[in-house]
Design a protein around this ligand. Structure first.
Ligand SMILES: Nc1ncnc2c1ncn2[C@@H]1O[C@H](COP(=O)(O)OP(=O)(O)O)[C@@H](O)[C@H]1O
Ligand SMILES: [Mg+2]
Length: 373
């Protein structure tokens, strides 16, 4: 329970429904109730309307009643504890929610990947991580997977002596204590696992090199952001395929479109049952540059844009040079709002409306026809 953040509210099931009507639900909600069976079930049905998927519910009651137990389990309740019980029993029940074989890991893995290099994938990854940690007030780690050239350290104005390299070059020592020491704390809720950004080693890893590190990270915090460099390799593909959410960052031109489509198709084939990748369009509106309209780009991909970010060299340049997030440079900027919205989308909090356009874009149309023939 060392890493758990606990909030206590009085009022039982009734208060829980009130509290979570508006606010997102945490990983675990524990409800202690003295209500009778019927009333408890009614309140739970009320609560289920507001419970985010992934939230586990544990009930503490006083009735040793098998019918109640069955009703609770049928409603997806994870555990029913009969009071009184000891502290250790409680801790064991909570940790078993996550440690039994086949249990879903605690942490959500969200990857950011550019359709080309330099399209702003890292910038967006870092800003979304910052936004999630603030808006949802949950512990978040940004892991910089661009070992040679990563900029997470620079972007968060941190100069950590060690980071991700120390985790993978010492697999026998890799555990949550080691990872804790390798993290650099940026804010109360946000830490980064920085890249060495040196070229004294080669980074052509085996496919499974990051597996144990990811296991440790996902067991430590609810959200892990992966900033993946624009490389197509066994390990980068594996990171993308094993993520809960993938955000493809693209600029509105033909090369980006071709690559975004290929990435999208490759991921759909490799993870047919997972959520579709999300699309973030960046560098929109570079003066004098002809561009493919975002709506055409996203229609042709059949993927609505979850974020559309304008080319804004002053805002982005200032942030990069000062080692600040966009929201720290100019909190009221529209781009900060777009980042916050993307943060909500990758956390599964909003539905993106699909555009209704069906007009064909001449450039994309020609490209798709050539591809088909
Ligand atoms: N919308 C934007 N407007 C202007 N500059 C941007 C924008 N998005 C990113 N940049 C800048 O582009 C450069 C490359 O961004 P980066 O996030 O490192 O790209 P990637 O990770 O895709 O290679 C950085 O200097 C960043 O500040
Ligand atoms: Mg990058």
């Amino acid at each position: 329970m060392q890493k758990a953040h606990v909030k206590l509210h009085m009022g039982g099931a009734v208060a829980a429904v009130e509290a979570y009507r508006e606010a997102p639900t945490p990983n675990v909600v524990v409800i202690e109730s003295t209500l009778d069976r019927q009333a408890l079930l009614e309140h739970l049905d009320g609560l289920s309307e507001y419970c985010d998927s992934g939230t586990k519910v544990v009930i503490i009651g006083r009735l040793n009643d098998i019918a109640l137990y069955r009703d609770l389990m049928a409603r997806g309740v994870s555990e029913y504890l009969i009071a009184p019980f000891g502290v250790v029993d409680f801790v064991r029940a909570i940790s078993e929610l996550y440690s039994t074989p086949g249990a879903e890991p605690l942490g959500r893995l969200i990857s950011f990947y550019g359709a080309k290099g330099g399209v702003g994938a890292s910038t967006i990854a870092h800003n979304v991580g910052w936004s999630i940690s603030r808006e949802f007030d949950i512990a978040t780690i940004v892991a910089d997977m661009d070992l040679g050239f990563g900029t997470a350290g620079l972007d968060f104005n941190q100069d950590p002596p060690q980071g991700i390299a120390d985790a993978i070059y010492a697999p026998e020592r890799l555990d949550s204590n080691l990872v804790d020491r390798l993290l650099s704390k940026c804010t109360e809720k946000l830490s980064i696992l920085a890249a060495p950004a040196t070229l004294d080693r080669m980074y052509d890893f085996d496919e499974a090199i990051f597996d144990s590190l990811l296991d440790v990270l996902r067991a430590s915090v609810p959200v892990v952001i992966l900033d993946i460099p624009h490389i197509w390799s066994a390990w980068s593909r594996r990171l993308l395929v094993s993520s809960d959410e993938v955000v493809i960052v693209a600029a509105p031109d033909l090369g980006n479109f071709r690559n975004a489509k290929n990435i999208f198709d490759a991921l759909r084939a490799a993870r047919p049952n997972d959520s579709k990748p999300k699309l973030a369009m960046n560098f929109v509106g570079v003066p004098k540059r002809p561009e493919i309209p975002v709506s055409d780009f996203s229609d042709q991909l059949e993927l609505p844009a979850s974020a559309i970010l304008n080319f804004d060299p002053k805002l982005f340049g200032t942030a990069a040079n000062n080692g600040q997030m966009l929201g720290e440079v100019e909190a009221g900027n529209k781009m900060v709002e777009v980042i916050d919205e993307l943060a909500r989308a990758v956390m599964g909090r909003v539905e993106i409306k699909k555009s209704k356009r069906t007009l064909l874009n001449p450039i994309l149309d020609k490209f798709m026809r050539k591809k088909a023939s």
